[in-house]
Design a protein around this ligand. Structure first.
Ligand code: ATP
Length: 236
């Protein structure tokens, strides 16, 4: 087995003395899309923030492309080719172009323009509006910009916290379609979500419940499990 792109083992974390994550293990392979599925308060944001070094790990290991990154600062982790799209992903007062430039600030000189062009090809609406302030975009367009900004630095892994947050079902569909294009282009993705619509994209799913990983497997395997079917799909 080749080393996965991301490997998290026995991770524990929380706030002050309140433990939120318990013995969490999760892997993402190169070119794989993994969905971390969990209800409100399950600990998804805590897990992603710990992965990025925004919160300290209490114990456990985090390895990226075979390197232990557990003790690195967030900026170092990001330079290790991991991008994080939080729920508030864009600078509303800046233009679309400026947001993308900030996302790609660590690219070698000259590479940013080509990267921006590739992103505009992926999201044509952003090209049309590129000089407009991000605050003038619709919710769905803003989410596209958040994705483009996170991708501007050509990360090997894009980590996303609830890309569906604040979006209507129609816009959620658009975001899923955009992520499918990325996925089909070989982008590795880790998506934390409570919306099962994102399972359409998943090569593998982890469920997080009360800060612990419950299930890990394919969507088809989830459907075969009565308890998971009831819990996540509302089916009997
Ligand atoms: P959501 O979908 O609501 O964002 P989540 O799965 O991302 O949910 P977390 O935000 O990681 O869940 O929250 C997990 C637990 O940690 C919850 O009990 C929450 O109340 C608690 N928590 C989150 N942020 C803090 C904080 N800054 N200080 C203390 N407790 C927190």
């Amino acid at each position: 087995m080749p080393e996965p792109l991301l490997r998290i083992e026995r991770l524990a974390a929380g706030y002050d003395r309140m433990q939120v994550l318990w013995d969490v293990g999760l892997e993402v392979a190169e070119r794989e899309t993994v969905v971390l599925l969990g209800a409100n308060g399950a600990g998804k944001t805590t897990l992603l923030r710990t992965l990025l070094g925004l919160l300290p790990a209490w114990h456990g290991e985090i390895a990226f492309a075979g390197h232990d990154i557990s003790h690195l600062r967030t900026d170092r982790r990001v330079r290790h080719d991991m991008a994080y799209m939080s729920e508030i992903a864009v600078f509303a007062g800046l233009s679309i172009e400026e947001n993308i430039r900030i996302g790609g600030q660590f690219l070698p000189a000259g590479a940013l323009q080509a990267r921006a062009e590739a992103l505009y090809a992926l999201f044509p609406i952003l090209r049309e509006r590129r000089r407009a302030a991000a605050s003038s975009l619709s919710g769905g367009q803003r989410k596209m910009l958040g994705i483009a900004k996170a991708l501007a630095g050509e990360p090997r892994l894009l980590v996303m916290d609830e890309p569906s947050a604040g979006l209507s079902p129609i816009l959620v569909k658009e975001v899923v379609a955009a992520l499918r294009r990325l996925r089909d282009g070989g982008q590795s993705l880790l998506i934390a979500e409570q919306n099962v619509k994102f399972l359409e994209l998943a090569d593998r799913v982890y469920t997080l419940d009360g800060g612990r990983i419950g299930f890990c497997g394919s969507v088809a395997q989830m459907h075969e499990n009565d308890a998971l079917r009831r819990a996540y799909f509302g089916l009997r």
